[in-house]
Each structure stands twice: as structure tokens, then as C-alpha cells.
Design a protein. Structure first.
Length: 339
């Protein structure tokens, strides 16, 4: 696999549920909708999806219940076999792998965290975290050292000998995260891991998660139905409906330029000013004069300056260099809306 190759490459993938889905797919017509397929007695869990996941990227997949997001991620790890199309993980066609090679790929490369914590109630925190290493056949000393390392990483030092029932929901979720990190996965799948938590703990877990990602630089596929969570965590967001990806783009572009009416409805109540960054609106021609603003500053961050500054174009800098100019009126429109 070359340096720039995607970690996961999914091309025209279909997952159809029903009696003999492969035969049905072969006789499908290109114009068949999700409802047409359903009327024929089948369900398109994943419908002609093409998407890549890049090294170190956090791709957030979101949509309403039944949109296909969990099914798609299960296809990425071949917990579901796809009906048609292809999925490559680190250059390997996962549909061509033997059962033994597939198990090895999951054990060595993939970590998974689900909404239900799935902790073993009669094992301590440390024993729960070490469990996948035990399954891998590592010796007791090695797995204990690694488990202690990741328990500390997720902020549970001092609770190694607690049992799950003695922990809060947020602490239990941290154990689940630590367990998935113990095997040092390159690819990390998280399926609504924080949705069972109350809002305050959920926010803390998001902060913790962002800290971990900064430290570890994993390739992450994160499922949520919460748009605020997606905007907070994602490098890119893929919005799904009826098994298909409606749009996959950066949070800035999703809120500024929704590709479909469905995506627009998702974004209409979002405060665009807290999502859109100055660097996204910066134009290379005519950088303006005076003190620059940082490319990573949101329009919300710049609200006071935008209201009081009289410059038509404001310079934008990234890593100490000017990358273009921010049209103050365009930024004010994002800040104040079109009304």
C-alpha cells in the first residue's frame, strides 16, 4: 500500500438483505429506489456506497435510525459480507480473505467500541482491558503491562481493581475504549459509543476522545445520530439516508453547501458561525491589509472583530503565512444569517 493510499477504500458497495440478494442485485435496474427494492421483498442496508477513509482521519457517519450507518461499518470489518462492490482494508480485498486471515486482520488492526459497553462483570477493570490480549495468547506479564498503560491513558489509574458495577457509566465507557486500544489498532470503529451517557459525561468523553486522537492519530470511523457530536469530532462527515451516502465532506462544507434537501434539513438549525472557519472562506486573490486572523478561528470566534472592524478584506494566516483574504461581508452573513 502506498503512503497516500486510503486505509479503507469502499467502492460501489451494496449490502442487500433478503432471499438470494446476489441474484436480485444482478437483475436490478439502475433507477431502482430504496422503496422499489423494499417492494420487491428486499432491504438495501447499504446502497451503492463509495467512500474512502484516510490515515489519521476521523470520519463520522451519521443518519437517522435505519439509515444504514451501522450496517456500512459492519461491512468495513466484514462482520457483514457485501452483496456487490469491493472493500479494501490497507490494500487487502477483505472479501477474498479466508476466515483465519480475516480474524487475524480484526485482531491485529481493528478496534471496536459499541454503545453497549459489553464488559465482563466478574472481571476487574484491568482484566477487562487485558482480555483481548489474553485471546491473542500474550503472556500474563506483557498483557498486564499493556493494560496498565492504556488504563492510565484513558484516565482510570487507581481503579484497576474495580469491577464494572463499581464504576459510573462514563467510567465503564472508558474501560471499553481502553480495551479496544489495548491491541493498538490502526483502525478504530466506534458505534454510538457515548449515546447512553448523560449530556455532561458525554461532553467529557468527547473531550477525552479528542485528546486521545491527538495523541494516537488513529484512522477512526465514528457512528452517531447527533449532529452536534459529529460537528465537534469529525474531519469529514458522511450523512446517510436509506442505505446511501447523501454527502461526504468537511463540517464546514456540509453546513455551507448541503448537497441535497435532506442534508439541508439536517443543517438548518445549526449555528453555522460556530462551525465555519476563517480559512474555509479565505480567497487567495486580494489578501487585504492589517493584522491577520487565524485560519482555524471560527466565524463565532471572530464575531466582535467582524462587527467592529471596517476592513472589507481581512488577511487570514495559517502557520505564520498569509493564505488569503476573508471577505468581511460574507463572514457577517454567516454570523448573522441571511435575514
Amino acid at each position: 500500500m502506498s503512503v497516500n493510499s486510503p486505509v479503507i477504500s469502499c467502492k460501489n458497495a451494496w449490502k442487500i438483505f433478503g432471499n438470494d440478494p446476489a441474484a436480485f442485485h444482478k437483475k436490478m435496474t439502475p433507477d431502482m429506489s430504496f422503496d422499489d427494492i423494499r417492494k420487491a421483498g428486499y432491504i438495501a442496508g447499504v446502497k451503492d456506497v463509495s467512500i474512502d477513509v484516510h490515515k489519521g482521519e476521523m470520519l463520522v457517519i451519521m443518519g437517522l435510525s435505519g439509515s444504514g450507518k451501522s450496517t456500512l461499518v459492519r461491512c468495513f470489518s466484514r462482520l457483514h459480507d457485501i452483496t456487490a462492490g469491493s472493500i479494501f482494508v490497507e490494500g487487502q480485498d477483505i472479501m477474498s480473505l479466508s476466515e483465519k486471515d480475516l480474524i487475524e486482520l480484526r485482531r491485529s488492526k481493528m478496534g471496536m467500541v459499541f454503545q453497549s459497553f459489553g464488559l465482563l462483570p466478574h472481571r476487574t477493570v484491568l482484566e477487562n482491558v487485558a482480555f483481548p490480549l489474553e485471546m491473542r495468547g500474550q503472556d500474563k506479564h506483557t498483557r498486564r503491562e499493556r493494560a496498565l498503560e492504556v488504563v492510565k491513558l484513558v484516565g482510570l489509574e487507581g481503579r484497576e481493581d474495580y469491577f464494572p458495577r463499581e464504576l459510573s457509566g462514563g467510567q465503564q465507557q472508558r474501560v471499553g475504549i481502553a480495551r479496544s486500544l489495548a491491541i493498538e489498532p490502526d483502525i478504530w470503529f466506534l458505534d454510538e459509543p457515548f449515546s447512553a451517557l448523560d449530556p455532561l459525561i458525554r461532553r467529557e468523553m468527547q473531550d477525552e476522545f479528542l485528546r486521545l486522537q491527538q495523541l494516537l492519530n488513529k484512522s477512526i470511523v465514528f457512528i452517531t445520530h447527533d449532529f452536534d457530536e459529529a460537528l465537534r469530532l469529525a474531519d469529514r462527515i458522511a450523512i446517510m439516508k436509506d442505505g446511501a451516502v447523501e454527502q461526504c465532506d468537511t463540517p464546514d462544507q456540509i453546513v455551507l453547501n448541503p448537497a441535497t434537501e435532506y442534508v439541508r434539513k439536517f443543517t438548518e438549525d445549526i449555528d453555522k458561525a460556530r462551525v465555519v472557519h476563517a480559512g474555509v472562506l479565505a480567497k487567495a486573490e486580494g489578501a487585504g491589509i492589517g493584522d491577520p486572523v487565524d485560519a482555524m478561528a471560527t466565524i463565532k470566534d471572530l464575531a466582535s472583530l467582524l462587527v467592529h472592524d471596517k476592513r472589507k478584506i481581512i488577511p487570514v494566516q495559517r502557520d505564520g503565512g498569509i493564505i488569503g483574504g476573508l471577505d468581511r461581508q460574507e463572514a457577517l452573513t454567516v454570523l448573522l444569517g441571511n435575514d
